[in-house]
Design a protein around this ligand. Structure first.
Ligand code: 5GP
Length: 199
């Protein structure tokens, strides 16, 4: 199962995803490729695979991405090999991509679960962004982009407001657990066991 989480930057998506990933060993994170430089504390290969623009473009040409976008002058992309290898190993996969990427993934994987994380308000988002110490220009651009992205929430399957991290974690966890119980997914996973139950 693919779980795609999108949110405007500053909504707390990274913390939320980290908490939920720690709860479910079968759920893995799809590490995206990016040309943006690492932020303090980010680790190559865990938060992102950091790379040069030339290398990223080479990978685009070789068809290595399910989807890729340019955000704030940097390139971001989801590796088809990463997605496929986790799915082949029977893992569920959590992807953190923007709405354009999410749409492309929905076309390729229509049975994915699409979740949009909302800030409690624009004012709250502004406060969170200002804590990151970004320049005024970057902040204004991120805020304008946040409004555009929030409009995209209409086609997602689930909306979660991140006011209190704990509560948002509970909700994301609940969505994931409920989705694993959907009959069609359950049949897929438990084929052998179900046959033995019905004789
Ligand atoms: P940040 O630079 O704050 O980590 O991420 C900026 C934006 O890029 C976020 O909206 C994040 O979800 C998005 N993003 C990260 N990785 C990918 C990716 O592989 N594909 C797409 N389409 N967006 C991504």
């Amino acid at each position: 199962m693919l779980i795609v989480v999108s949110a405007p930057s500053g909504t707390g998506k990274t913390s939320l995803c980290r908490e939920v990933l720690a709860m479910f060993p079968e759920l893995r994170f799809s590490v995206s490729w990016t040309t943006r430089p690492p932020r303090p504390g980010e680790r190559d290969g865990q938060d992102y695979c950091f790379t040069s623009e030339a290398e990223f473009r080479r990978r685009i040409e070789q068809g290595e991405f399910v989807e890729w976008v340019e955000n704030y002058g940097h390139l971001y992309g989801t590796s088809i090999r990463t997605v496929q290898s986790f799915l082949d190993q029977g893992h569920d996969l959590l992807l953190d991509v923007d709405p354009r990427g999410a749409r492309a993934i929905k076309e390729r994987f229509p049975s994915g679960v699409f979740i949009f994380l909302l800030p409690p308000s624009l004012a709250a988002l502004e406060v969170r962004l200002s804590r990151r110490g970004e320049s005024a220009d970057v902040m204004a651009a991120r805020l304008a982009k946040a409004k555009d992205e929030i409009r995209e929430m209409i086609w997602y399957d689930y909306l979660i407001v991140n006011e209190q991290l704990d509560e948002a974690v509970d909700r994301l966890r609940a969505v994931y657990m409920a989705e694993t119980c959907r009959r069609e997914r359950f049949y897929d996973r438990m084929k052998g066991d179900l046959q033995s139950l019905t004789g």
